[in-house]
Every structure is written in C-alpha cells, then in structure tokens.
Design a protein around this ligand. Sequence first.
Ligand SMILES: [Zn+2]
Length: 360
Amino acid sequence: MSDLEHLKELIGERKEMAEFLDEALSAVEQSDSLESLERVRVEMLGKKGKVSAIFRGIPSLPPSERPVLGEIANTLRRVLSDEIARKKSVLLAEEEREKLSEAALDVTLPGRRKRLGHKHLLSSVIDEIISIFLTLGYRVEEGPEIELDYYNFEALNQPAYHPARSLQDSFYVKRRDPEKNYPDDVLLRTHTSPVQIRVMESDSPPLYVVSPGKAYRRDEVDATHSAVFHQVEGFAVDRDINMGHLKGTLEVFIKKLFGEKREARFRPHFFPFTEPSAEMDISCFACSGKGCALCKGSGWLEIMGCGMIDPNVFGYVSYDPERFSGFAFGMGVERIAQLKYGIDDMRVFFENDTRFLEQF
Ligand SMILES: [Zn+2]
C-alpha cells in the first residue's frame, strides 16, 4: 500500500482533511515553475504552514483522537514532501529541455551574413589605371618602399646637391656614415621612380612597365598633402621611342580613364630624370574648358608629369642611348581619384571611415 492510499484510509470520513489533501495535491500538480512549487512547499510544509498547523492542533483534541491525527499529520507531511520532490524533478527536466532547445541549431533561421570587406577607393583607382595599361601591353612591376639613396635619387640623375634630397623632404631610415659602415643612405622612397632603375638594371629592352605603390614625403597633412601617398609610374624603353609615342600613349590613357571627350595638352616642365620633360593637363570635365572652381578658371587640370628618359639615366643601367630611347610618366593616385570622384579633401582616403569608403 502506498503512503497516499494509507493516508486516504486514515482520513476516512474526515471531510475537511480530505478536502485539504485534494487541494494540496492539486496545488503541487499545477505548479508550472520551480518558483511556484517552492511557494506551495512553504505554504504547506513551512514552519507556519498548514501541515504544521495540524500538528499544533493535536494537543487540543480529545485524547482518543490524538494518535490518529498524529499519524495523519506525519503521513500527510511525507506524502506532500514526496509529491513536491517528484514535481520538482519534472520541472527541472523541463527547464533543462528548454535550455537545450534554445541552444539547438534552427536551420530555418536566415543565416547571419558576415560583413564583407570593401575595396578601398584608392585600390580601385590603381586597378583601373593598371588595367588600361595592361590592354596597351604593359606589365606590372613593384619595388621596395624602403629604398637606397642610389635608386631613389642618384641613378635618377639627382646628384648629391639636388634640392629634392634635402633632409626636410625625405624620411631617412639610415644616414650614410663611413665609420659605421653604412655604404648608402636608406630612406622611404619619395616616389615610385626607383622601380624604373631596378627593372632596367635586371632586364633588357624592350620594356613596357607600370609600377603602382606608396611613396613618402615629409609633408604636413592637409587637404592636398599627405606624408604617405600613392603613385603609378610607367615607362617604356625600346628602339626609336619618341615624344609622339609618349603623347599618343597618355592620350589613349586619359580618354579611357576620364572619357572620350577629354583633350590633353603638354606644358614644358623640369624633372631631373627626363629630358625633355612635360606636365600633362586634361581639359576640365567640370566646365569643358570654360573655366570653373575645379580648374581654378584655367579650363585645364594637371594630371601627371612625364618626359623622355634622360640619356644620363641610361648610363646608370648600361643601356646604349644610341640604340635605345624611352619615356616615363608618373601620376598621383590620390589626385586622380579626387578629380574623378569629386573629392576635395584627400584626408578622407586615410581616415578609414566606412561611411565614405562604402560609397565607391
Ligand atoms: Zn573647369
């Protein structure tokens, strides 16, 4: 006989006691959480609970009733304790199952997208420039950003007294010091032109090469200057290369980059490693040459420097200037990107604000 059956037998015709048992059992059964079950336990079995009240009432009963009521109270306490314990294990198992199902993989949920990176505008512009030259038969070469003075200046026909070599303009990594055995100055390259020398040193003409990369100068950062900037350098060395080839090549390039309507003009200029040298301008695409704020009223936008490679430079790489000639050009990527996309402050390229970068 179970405790419960025994209890019911003991209660017999005691109507109030029978009702209390039914009420207590259904309160346990209807508890839907561990908290509500605990409330029922305290209400029934706690020091001030209903079962304790039954015990307290026993001494005031007629002596003949006391032993039966004592057994009823004890059995009732045991039955309710057992029922509460049983219910508690049921609720604990349910809670555990809920936790597990929350953690389970719901294959019907939409996946969380990984945030994809975004190509930087400067990288896109470099890619665009390079792809145009690839269609013209050029190949891509890159060189070190930490460069020897020899490649950065000397072999590009910028001897020791050249103003571009001043300490104020360049980031030197090591200075020449005969006692400490540094045979050459080492600096962050101030332009991508040293790649010309490195390629000509290792390869023979014909050469048609473009070289993108970073360059460094000691400029204060403002809307039009940055201590680090990007260039694309290009050069060609072959037999019978002349200024006409240079102009033709760059005109094809600017029409592909800025549109068929762009005109080019060449203004005489000076660079140490080209002779003759020129600046190439394109007709302003904002005003079509009438003059506006973008072109500062001139109708023309300065795009890049270029020229015929100085025969002195060929001397450094042992090319015979009687057999070969060549041209070179170099452009600032930030300037091209600013013009092409109407960006008036180059600092936005380096601030890495994705609200800006994601527009392109
Ligand atoms: Zn204009």
